[in-house]
Design a protein around this ligand. Sequence first.
Ligand SMILES: [Zn+2]
Length: 479
Amino acid sequence: MGKKNKQFVEKVTAMEDDFAQWYTDVVKQADLVDYGPVRGTMIIKPEGFAIWENIRDELDRQIKETGHSNVSFPLFIPESLLQKEKDHVEGFAPEVAWVTHGGDEELGERLVVRPTSEALFCEYYSKNIHSYRDLPVLYNQWSNVVRWEKTTRPFLRSLEFLWQEGHTAHATYEDAAEETDKMLGVYADVVENHLAIPVLRGRKTDKEKFAGADYTLTIESLMHDGKALQSGTSHHFGTGFAEAFDITYLDENGDSKHVHQTSWGITTRLIGALIMVHGDNRGLVIPPRIAPTQAMIVPIAQHKEGVLDKAYELRDRLKNLVRVGIDGSDKMPGWKFNEYEMKGIPVRIEMGPKDIEKEQVVLVRRDTGEKEFIALTELEDRLPVLLEEIQQNLFNKAAKHREEKTSIVKNMGEFKETLDENPGFIKAMWCGALACEEKIKEETQATSRCIPFEQESVSDTCVCCGTEAKELVYWAKAY
Ligand SMILES: [Zn+2]
């Protein structure tokens, strides 16, 4: 633990008082990360990395199930390669890290530490795709990327982070569009059904789309403080990159055509979302399907004869059923309760001399604090069901919170008032003009989060300029 002689876990700042400080406290107290020696970098510690591994494993399973293969591309990109797609380089230039020397020698050409790998994949595809028989190419890589951010926060914005990036090439626009949809669906499944975070599905406005993309699809989620977080994006490139990098194939008739491409990614930001959607003033709350430890056994009065033996026996009984831990250290039970609440472990199993006598255990839920006594003979049936109940409850709670923090507004007065009084998602009509989008951002700091797939008309006129409305947009202040 590294916390010598400490009886109880340090208190975290109350989220109602200072949400940003609450977040920082939880990240530290739950032992998820430490800061790296370079400003803005993070060391992901075992407790944090285990959460990432569970997200990664589930997503990786689904990526493979949908026909993709994992690959590993280089860390460095030659400057000339990044320059090939104009919008792309303009989008990323302000935040790239440059390598200028190899040992003592100045390089003939500067190298970029990958901020994303489109250029490398495109270069490779231009050399290796020849015929319609080579298509589709469905690649994904798990890697780290570097973006030189000015302000940083663990998981949410850091100079280096972990992610996966899918890069695919297809014969037709429609094939690529289907892929873009499919991968957004995979992301929505992982985030909703495993992280228990409800998401909005939609398309980004042109202003907010990926640099160089035809269009970008996104899933957006709402944090406890009413700010939005982009939780996964899937981009359709059309033939933009293929033209810039000269990626062509011969179709069935022997005609040369450009490929249609996609890319899609999710990052360690999802851990930030998990913290800010489910956490409370006692610390993390991790949904059972993602939790590295789903149940923690805490023996009570363990100095009494037979208690520890029984507790370890219970651990062995449960270990093939759920991810179970046990704390048989000589720390006080109260310290252990606080510690595992801070770490967000979904269920605590208490077992003391009285319970052993009655052949029962006490189950305590992290999400509600509710206790139940359960006969040992029924535990194997009850525990997996309880974990599912917690998973469902977390999703329902987050969905209710989002609903309460989603407002419809019809003019800029209402827009500003709502952001002050009930910050969250704002549903408002938009005329489609960039000028209005920019004005809204300037006056309210809210950005367009997405044009939802599920459209409805909440007003006839644009919330900003009052001319005829084109589509419904979700707006919010965002991380
Ligand atoms: Zn307008």
